[in-house]
Design a protein around this ligand. Structure first.
Ligand SMILES: Cc1cc2nc3c(=O)[nH]c(=O)nc-3n(C[C@H](O)[C@H](O)[C@H](O)COP(=O)(O)O)c2cc1C
Length: 150
């Protein structure tokens, strides 16, 4: 499988998880590439919209901002064409220790947006970066994405 991992990250937490996903996918015999979502004009516009078409399967990851998924991830989802026939695993990272403080809302948003693009959403999980269980949460997210790639 050829897997694209679209990621937005400001302070490195989400990129760290995405990098681990990439390494584990490669260890499992897949081709995997990080697709960085970058912004211009603060967070209001995307500098570049990574193409998702070449990939069999996708993974999308982003941070929670203001109780939902960060705006650049929303802009990315608005900008991409159809996700038809693609499995799309998704995850978020968040600073607060409780999913109710943005993580759950962000995951619900991503699931809906992937559905609206005719993709098949696969929930990989939430990483709470301030929790002691951060490392085991990262491992669960990585495993879920590797499993989704088949
Ligand atoms: C502008 C901004 C808003 C944030 N809002 C929330 C929030 O509502 N809930 C939360 O749990 N964490 C919030 N955070 C913390 C980030 O979700 C957390 O640090 C995340 O892991 C950052 O990912 P990154 O390092 O990939 O940018 C916020 C961070 C920033 C910069």
């Amino acid at each position: 499988m050829n897997i694209g991992i679209a990621v937005y990250s400001e302070t490195g937490n989400t990129r760290e998880v995405a990098e681990r996903i990439r390494r584990e996918l490669e260890n499992a015999g897949h081709e995997a590439e990080l697709l960085e979502i970058t912004t211009a004009a603060g967070r209001r516009e995307l500098a570049e919209i990574p193409s998702v078409e070449p990939y069999d399967t996708l993974c999308i990851g982003g941070p929670v901002h203001h109780l939902t998924v960060a705006k650049p991830v929303k802009l990315f989802l608005e900008a991409i064409p159809s996700l038809q026939n693609k499995k799309v695993a998704f995850f978020v990272t968040q600073g607060q220790p409780l999913s109710a403080l943005g993580g759950s809302q962000a995951m619900a948003f991503l699931k809906r947006a992937i559905h609206e693009h005719s993709g098949s959403p696969i929930r990989a999980g939430i990483v709470h970066v301030s929790r002691k269980s951060k490392e085991s949460e990262i491992r669960r997210v990585v495993e879920a994405v590797v499993e989704s790639a088949g």
